[in-house]
Design a protein around this ligand. Sequence first.
Ligand code: GLN
Length: 396
Amino acid sequence: MSLGMSIRDPHFGHPVYRDMPTTIFEKMSARARETGAINLGQGYPDAQGPQDILRAAADALLERSNQYPPMAGLAELREAVAAHYARHQGLDLQPAEVIVTSGATEAIAASLLALVRPGDEVLVLAPLYDAYLPLIERAGGRARVLRLAPPEWRISREALEAVRTDRTRFLLMNNPVNPTGIALRDAELALLAEFCVAHDLIAICDEVWEHVTFDGITHRPLIGFPGMRDRTVKIGSAGKIFSVTGWKVGWMCAAPALAALLARAHQFITFTTPPNLQWAVAEGLAKPASWFAAMRQGYQASRDRLADGLRAAGYVVNSSAATWFVTIDLPASGIAMDDVTFCDRIIDEAGVAAIPISAFYPTNAVTHLVRLCFSKADGVLDQAVARLAAFRASLA
Ligand code: GLN
């Protein structure tokens, strides 16, 4: 009997996956586990997560249903997401416009699979999260990559127009931005909205960092801009909001015509998401504004602790307005190495794992910046700083 295709055949498997390396986040975390390095690579907090939300999940697991919840999510969570965005972002979403997913990555995949037709182009801004391109390509689309320039990473009308073609149908964007820590400025958001309306684009907005903003910055969702209400998919993540990245509870919000299509893609990817986690997240989203303010304040203090420590050790640090990340500028810090070399060396020689920014580019990568995650205990950050200080001193 023959399969008609051999696993030894070099053309076995889908081309998008055949030559794909393991994601940099997994790779660096594996190396950190093997070597015992402090892991400032993959973005996750080292704390347990809010005790009351964990308790709510544990109680729901034992006392409530563990069978399939409704495909689009528990009514309690869909209502909680809509109410949360009304309170925090002034949006008027209906619960029926919210579809719960197993994390934001699933929401991005479902959005692309549901909406992209063969040959459609999706405009993305580089640096970009490493899942975007394979998902666009596997959905049959083609990416149009607009490269932004450090350290401001500003978006201009001219640059947007220059990468768009007549086949461009979507904008897939992340705001606030991983890995740069930029929160897009109001003028840029207005520009993106005008651009989408002018060219009839659908915006798929990965806003998982919406609550993790600093220095008094308030997140502004693109879906709230003129003309965007019916042409935007807004994606969020409980993992980032409640510091529980392993939970993989996310959602996508869109007007009914879009939401109906998104639900069809979602029903054949994961179909549903564990109900106990959904109940717990619904409770969490109802927390008072002061809870979210305190969460932000805590991470802002961690950001400052890491950035100040690294600066004192001679590193040039691009601070961040959002996310759990800062970047260090190698040449500005007097370090003559590219980002991959630096990350390889510090994991072995200093015992600190980080992420090279070039991992966020398909080609022509920016290679002078390294991302460090600060959602860690003070002692861990201090130890990482001490190790990186010694490493830098050893280069002199
Ligand atoms: N979002 C996380 C980061 O940027 C990684 C998530 C993952 O590893 N899939 O570090």
